[in-house]
Write a protein that binds this ligand. Structure first.
Ligand code: ZN
Length: 151
């Protein structure tokens, strides 16, 4: 189990060091800002939604390693999915990081990547760091513009 934990740690640090899909997306048609006041994490998520599909997405922001890694992994997993799939992946991710069983079974193998963040379920403060980018993604999908993680 500790080997697995080390591996997870390594993946998180790697995403934090070199976040994927990082930077503004000038041609985006949806955008939202997220803020986690408990930790000070801030993130902006940019989406290009076309024909009900997330054709492209990028993020900017700064915060702790968990928040940055989670945003980076999110962009990799959401790009190319339909809006409905994106919401389902978020529901699954929430189950992974909170340890609730409801959506625990994976929609597809790609989502196993989310397990690297499962360790945060033991640290309720960290759950908000992990879910910030996802709540911001949901706000962008809903065209809400801004979100503060409160749960
Ligand atoms: Zn944080």
């Amino acid at each position: 189990m500790s080997d697995l934990r080390d591996l997870y740690q390594e993946v998180i640090l790697d995403h934090n060091r070199s976040p994927r899909n990082f930077g503004a997306l000038p041609q985006c048609n949806r955008k939202a800002d997220g803020h986690n006041p408990l930790c000070g994490d801030v993130v902006t998520v940019y989406l290009t939604v076309a024909d009900g599909r997330v054709a492209d997405l990028r993020f900017e922001g700064k915060g702790c390693a968990i928040s940055v890694a989670s945003a980076s992994i999110m962009t990799e997993l959401i790009k190319g999915r339909t809006v409905a799939e994106a919401r389902a992946v978020f529901a699954h991710f929430r189950a992974v990081v909170t340890g609730s069983e409801d959506h625990e079974e994976s929609l597809d193998e790609d989502l196993d990547k989310l397990q690297v963040l499962s360790g945060v379920r033991e640290f309720p403060m960290r759950v908000k760091c992990a879910t910030l980018a996802w709540h911001t993604l949901a706000a962008a999908l809903d065209d809400k513009g801004e979100t503060v993680v409160t749960e």
